[in-house]
Ligand binder design. Structure first.
Ligand code: 5GP
Ligand code: ZN
Length: 114
């Protein structure tokens, strides 16, 4: 089976504009940004989505949220506000089936989302 694109980015086998990384996760700029700042936070380990998470993922999922907040600070959108989104499955519009948090900032967001 071919490796998914986010596994390839996490392993350094595909290019990405990386903002920060550690042993468990990588944060990089989205290829098609939907806001002035649009980051993706991914675990290095292949997890399909939050929906597939188990209690064993408790620490990892918490870690991803903290990294999202840290990346928002690093990219200068923390004070003005930002949104964290994770799409799970077809109706949510998930297109890459490797868990990722979108971090969107730098403009006002609407609610409810489309
Ligand atoms: P989803 O639709 O699954 O919630 O989000 C997938 C996101 O990944 C999209 O915003 C899309 O622009 C981004 N994306 C897809 N392929 C790549 C890639 O190869 N590199 C980067 N940096 N972003 C990607
Ligand atoms: Zn993957």
């Amino acid at each position: 089976m071919s490796e998914c694109i986010f596994c390839r980015i996490a392993a350094g086998r595909a290019a990405a504009r990386i903002v920060l990384e550690d042993e468990a996760a990588v944060v990089f700029h989205d290829l098609h940004p939907q806001a002035p700042v649009h980051l993706l936070v991914i675990p290095r380990r292949h997890v399909v989505s939050v929906a597939e998470g188990t209690t064993e993922d408790r620490e990892l999922f918490g870690h991803l949220l903290l990294l999202a907040a840290r990346a928002a600070r690093l990219t200068g959108v923390a004070d003005s506000g930002f949104r964290i989104v994770t799409n799970c499955g077809a109706n949510a519009g998930q297109s890459v089936f490797h868990l990722h948090l979108h971090v969107l900032g730098g403009r006002a967001m609407r609610w409810p989302p489309g």
